[in-house]
Structures are given as C-alpha cells and as structure tokens.
Design a protein around this ligand. Structure first.
Ligand SMILES: Nc1ncnc2c1ncn2[C@@H]1O[C@H](COP(=O)(O)OP(=O)(O)OP(=O)(O)O)[C@@H](O)[C@H]1O
Ligand SMILES: [Mg+2]
Length: 320
C-alpha cells in the first residue's frame, strides 16, 4: 500500500516484522458530515496502539471500519493481512472486540453470554468448557458464572465483555473505551489484564479519554480531531515534542494581574483556563522564586504529561 510510513523507532524489530493494520486514506462520511477524513496509520504486532481524540473526533467510526462493521467511503484498509471490508469474515475469526456500549444479552447469564458468542466461532464441547473456565478466572468472574447480566456492576460487565472478546483467542483486540465509568480498582484490574495480553504477543488497539491510561498502556498513540490525524508517536515522544518539561498550575486571588505583570515574563508559554493559569517552562526556578514571594497564590508544580499535549493540540473548549 502506498502510504505506509517508515516503522517508528520506538518499536523493536520483532514488532516491525508484522504489520497488523495498514490504513491509507481511510474515509467515512455521514451525509454532509465527514466523520473520518482520509487518515493513514499502521499498527504493528504486539503493540498497544491508542486512538485519542475529543468527543466526536471519529475514533469509534475508525474502529468500526477496522472491524468491518462500517464500510469506508474511500481508502485502502488491511487488517491481519485481509483486505477490509472484502475479507472481513476471515479477519473476524482472529479479532476480538470490546465495543463502546456494552451489548451483553440481558436475558442470559454470564456463562450463557459466553456460550452464545462462542457458537459464532464454532466452539463447543470440552474445549469450550475449559476456555470458559479460563476466561471467567481471567475476568475474576468465577463467582458470577450463573448470575444474570442485570445483577452485574459496571466493572463486572466490562470484564465480561473483555472475556467474551477473548473467546476465540484473537490475535488483535479492539477496545473502544474499555474503562469508561469504572472505579479506580476496576480500572487497575483491566489494565493488569490488558498488560497480560500484551505479554502474550497480542496486538491491542484502544480508545480512551483517560490520558493516564493511554500514557501507561500504549506504546504509540494517534491523536485525531475532526476526523484528521494531528500527531502520532509514543507518549514520551509526544510530551517531549510538544510540551515544555515543567508545568506550574497557579490560582488564587490576583493571579491574573500577577501573571500579566510578572509571571508571563518567567515562562515560555502560559494559558488561562477558568481560574487557573497554566505556566509551561524549561527552567522552573525563576517562576518558583517569584511564587515564593506571593504566598496568597496557590500552585501545583508537576511534570508535563499527555493531557497537556492533548489539550494543546485539540484546544481547551468543551465539545458537545
Ligand atoms: N451512524 C451515524 N450516523 C450519523 N453520524 C454519525 C454516526 N456515527 C457517528 N456519527 C458522527 O460522526 C462523528 C464521529 O463520531 P464517532 O462516534 O466516531 O466519534 P468518537 O471519536 O468515537 O466520539 P466519542 O469520544 O464521543 O465516543 C460524530 O460527529 C458523530 O456524530
Ligand atoms: Mg466513540
């Protein structure tokens, strides 16, 4: 395919050997609206690839095209060596999906949901029983095997959806916001499980609105907005390329006047968001010295992170 970029340096040679997804000029319109506006990207075997972007950026539409659920209007797409959508059926035998909205069958129990899904892949008998036992353990749902879906917590439903996605032992797992709405414990458990899958050489493509999650899990990220790619790179690369190393968030009485009079000259870049001034700087000492003389101002000094990159590139205004 014509648009495949050179493999990124952040990947080791084993990963580069296998291209799992190649997308060139991938495009999807809904009426007059462009949901995905001609994007190019590649995903390599064994990596965790994160797709980030504000609400409505085109993440779910992109994933749905990858899994053969929505036909692209233009572009070329290969997933696991198969042309999509033409060979989506063959590809799906090696794919697992955790959709953005849970679509477990509410009339069935936990185990029945797994059995029904397994039947699409022709799995049955003792092999299936063993697989279900393993997956219930993996999802920490052994005690809920016979429970109705309505009795599960949000975290349990998400874990069951992950277990279901693994029923066919897929090579590629697509996860659309796997931890949205979960408490910190439930999220940690999912992270642990996703890391275990990466350890088994599976390839993960996930979307998330939690920048900490993306920073912790993903080898590489692509930030999209309005259906276009803004940047691609490892979390550390993106932070280094786009944000000064030190960030000081300042608020308190008179912060605006202080920033206009003194603060702005001590930083590389400053931004006002609500009542807080975000100061980005390479050398933090002059700024911290100045702040030590203004005890009424409260501040938090931290390292630059992925959220800074995301907000800089996609803007700070609310998306509806
Ligand atoms: N079936 C559809 N019919 C019409 N418009 C759609 C459809 N699906 C998505 N869109 C539009 O396409 C754009 C991209 O939507 P998409 O669901 O891909 O965004 P997203 O990045 O997943 O957002 P979120 O973070 O809110 O899940 C949005 O403007 C959305 O309204
Ligand atoms: Mg979405």
């Amino acid at each position: 395919m014509g648009c495949v970029e050179r493999p990124p340096r952040s990947l080791n040679n084993n990963m580069i050997m296998d291209v799992v997804v190649e997308a060139c000029g991938l495009t999807k319109h809904y009426g007059a609206q462009t949901a995905v506006g001609g994007i190019d990207f590649s995903v390599y075997r064994g990596e965790c690839f994160g797709l980030l972007g504000p609400n409505g950026a085109g993440k779910t539409t992109t994933l749905r095209m990858l899994m053969g659920a929505t036909p692209p209007d233009a572009g070329e797409l290969r997933v696991l060596g198969h042309a999509i959508p033409q060979q989506a059926r063959e590809m799906r035998a090696r794919l697992g999906v955790v959709p953005q909205q849970d679509n477990l069958d509410p009339d069935f129990t936990v185990v029945e949901n797994l059995i029904t899904y397994a039947s699409y892949f022709g799995l049955r008998g003792p092999q299936l029983s063993r697989r279900i036992d393993d997956l219930l353990a993996f999802a920490a749902l052994e005690a809920k095997a016979g429970a109705g879906i309505g009795t599960l917590s949000g975290g349990m439903k998400r874990r069951l959806t992950l277990a279901r996605a693994l029923i066919n032992d897929p090579d590629l797992l697509i996860l659309d916001e796997p931890t949205t709405g979960l408490d910190p414990q439930a999220r940690q458990l999912i992270w642990q499980r996703l890391r275990a899958l990466l350890g088994q050489d599976k390839t993960l493509i996930l979307t998330t609105h939690y920048m900490e999650e993306a920073e912790r899990l993903c080898d590489r990220l692509m930030i999209i907005d309005n259906g276009r790619v803004l940047v691609t790179g490892s979390p550390a690369e993106l932070i280094r390329q786009h944000i000064e190393p030190h960030v000081v968030e300042i608020h308190g009485p008179g912060v605006d006047a202080w920033y206009d009079g003194i603060g702005h000259a001590l930083v590389r870049r400053g931004e006002r968001v609500g009542e807080t001034v975000f100061c980005y700087t390479v050398d933090d000492r002059p700024l911290l010295d100045a702040l030590s003389r203004r005890p009424e101002l409260r501040f938090m000094h931290r390292h630059a992170n992925l959220e800074d990159v995301f907000l800089k590139l996609t803007g700070k205004e609310l998306r509806e």
